[in-house]
Design a protein around this ligand. Structure first.
Ligand code: PEP
Length: 247
């Protein structure tokens, strides 16, 4: 049975004062029936880990370097994330692929480094709008999945997040049928039936329940709506309801 996961990606948002949102979330959800993860910017990982200590909520990074250490100014190793209190790391987010030219091969190397350090990798993939309009969605995500996962990937150390690039931060989402089509396809390709498969892209309190009702959607990677405890809390509650639990 795959444990559902609500993962929040704060992106480059958040100062120490915003840790009140993490604290409020933990207080409002002291015993969630689903897994809950918050990924703040690197500067807040350590302090958020302190805030969420002795709660069931986990903390993750948003990227790591493929090397264990070395002359890589400005980068963060997987072991450093662990040292700061992270248990997870988002890798291959489309904003990193676009802003930093990350290739799927580099994502695979980073994912292997994350595994070596004991982190769970949340590996992101998804098509652009041009690719969807050209009917290439399934081919694109299949190839990204094949190239982005190292041989070390298991259901225990890897989560896949399907995030259509055109749906991230835009308020637009695929139809439920389109999400189902991609998730069914990716599920058939995953190396392990227990590996979790999240949907990401403009998940909000208003659409979470219908997305979580789709077969093979094991949760969500949430950007904007994870910044506020009230919004992310509603999404967690929708995931718990879909899971048959209580909020
Ligand atoms: C994301 O950052 O991965 C994301 C899905 O963002 P948003 O929920 O804001 O679209």
């Amino acid at each position: 049975m795959r444990r559902r996961l609500a993962a929040g990606n704060w992106k480059m948002h958040g100062l120490a004062t915003d840790l009140t949102e993490a604290d409020a979330l933990a207080r409002a959800h002291p015993a969630p029936t689903v897994e809950v993860l918050l990924c703040p910017p690197a500067t807040l990982i350590s302090r958020m880990a302190d805030v969420l200590a002795r709660t069931p909520l986990s903390v993750g990074g948003q990227d790591c370097h493929a090397a264990a250490s070395g002359a890589h100014t400005g980068d963060t190793s997987a072991a450093m994330l662990v040292d700061a209190g992270a248990t997870h790391v988002i890798l291959g987010h489309s904003e990193r692929r676009a802003d930093h030219g990350e290739t799927s091969a580099q994502v695979a190397a980073k994912t292997a480094a994350a595994h070596d350090a004991g982190l769970v990798a949340v590996v992101c993939l998804g098509e652009t709008e041009v690719e969807r309009d050209a009917g290439q969605t399934l081919a694109v995500v299949s190839e990204q999945l094949r190239q982005s996962l190292p041989g070390s990937a298991t259901a225990g150390n890897t989560v896949i997040a399907y995030e259509p690039v055109w749906a991230i931060g835009t308020g637009r989402t695929p139809t439920l049928e389109q999400i189902a089509e991609v998730h069914d396809h990716l599920r058939s390709l995953l190396p392990d039936h227990e590996m979790r498969l999240l949907y990401g892209g403009s998940v909000k309190p208003a659409n979470a329940a219908e997305i979580f009702a789709i077969t093979n959607v094991d949760g969500a990677l949430v950007g904007g709506a994870s910044l506020k405890a009230a919004d992310f809390g509603e999404i967690i509650a929708a995931l718990e309801a879909a899971d048959g639990g209580t909020s």
